[in-house]
Design a protein. Structure first.
Length: 118
């Protein structure tokens, strides 16, 4: 301690003079250091807030892309279902049509049924 006494006293005296000049009684060097620390903390808080906001936006974008993908898949399934129904309905004959009655006659003949004359 003895070899650093001069340096210590000089720093102490500088701080005391600075504190005497300030209304608050706190050395300006301490006030500046505290202000810088506060600025750094605020910058870190801001950085974290921005990072969180970016993650939220990215998650929302991912959700939106997923919704669009699902909608496209649903639309495609519906389109395929509609296309599958169309060809079958074009080839079907309504009940009571000539083709249907002929099928019944053939079925009756094949089963051994005989028509009655009357």
């Amino acid at each position: 301690m003895e070899k650093n006494t001069g340096k210590f006293m000089k720093e102490l005296w500088t701080l005391l003079l600075s504190a005497g000049k300030n209304e608050s009684g706190v050395p300006q060097q301490f006030l500046d250091a505290k202000e810088e620390e506060t600025r750094k903390k605020q910058a870190e808080v801001d950085r974290i807030a921005i990072e969180i906001q970016k993650k939220k936006e990215k998650e929302e974008e991912s959700r939106e892309l997923e919704r669009e993908r699902i909608k496209k898949m649903d639309d495609e399934v519906e389109r395929k279902a509609n296309n599958a129904m169309e060809p079958a309905s074009k080839h079907m004959l309504p009940k009571g049509s000539i083709g249907h009655a002929e099928d019944e006659k053939e079925t009756g003949t094949r089963n051994g049924a005989r028509g009655r004359k009357g």
